[in-house]
Design a protein around this ligand. Sequence first.
Ligand code: C2E
Ligand code: CA
Ligand code: CA
Length: 263
Amino acid sequence: ALRLAVVNGELTVHYQPIIERDSLVATGFEALLRWHSPIHGEIPPAVFIPIAEQTGLIHELGDWILKRALSDSLGWPEFIVSINFSASQFKRADFVESICSTASSFGVPFERIQIEVTETAMFEDIDRASSTLSELQSLGFRVALDDFGTGYSNLLSVKNFAIDCIKIDKSFVDGLGTESESAAIVNAITHLARGLGLSVTAEGVETDMQCQALRLIGCSHMQGYLFGKGVPLEEANEYYLAYRDADRRVVADGTPYSARAAR
Ligand code: C2E
Ligand code: CA
Ligand code: CA
């Protein structure tokens, strides 16, 4: 079924806003794959991505989502587009080249593209992973380390790999305000990242309390249902236009945008 899904147009991409800490304004969208099967209904990526990995279909899916997300991102020229890559995609010999050629063919500047990888994707061949990330960064791409705190969380990876951003996993954000351990971990990761000059995105922010705690701790960006779920392209485009116009209104009437953007 997954093999046919690409051909039959059953896949779509949703876009979740990435919010900047001080202004509470979006600065980008993360592309999230969606599969609506006419036979099986909505199938979450946590179910089908591992199957795509096992069957090798991930390459076809990955090429498809890369093209889709980059061409969609032409509608929001001031935003970053953040794209997930799984371990086997990252290990492909032509990984960097395929991203460069797709970005060039759509005319998307490399600086607007963020590549999300997990540490797990890098540990099989550290030397190669390290040179791939350096190459990406020197070409101008942004690199984000996804799900930080859930895998090996090897501090050497933060020190030696060319990354721009650490994404703190939702499981730690969930515990803010209820478990002292989570707050301590989020605090430590944030200070580590900031000390290294990296940006820090907290994932899965659902409540005002979490948002305020993360702003106090010093996370530079947030994502989560508090600000918005992943939405189809049309809604993402509308969202972009509303934010862009709101930004202009701030200049026009002097009202701080953050006062309106909290929801
Ligand atoms: P991820 O990259 O960590 O993406 C974040 C997941 O958390 C997304 O689930 C998103 O919808 C969900 N999420 C965001 N904010 C909240 C929140 O406030 N509360 C809750 N409960 N959930 C929130 P989704 O879309 O089901 O994706 C699951 C995973 O599947 C992703 O985790 C990523 O690892 C993978 N994935 C999704 N799209 C792609 C893709 O295009 N390529 C690859 N290789 N993997 C993908
Ligand atoms: Ca991600
Ligand atoms: Ca994540």
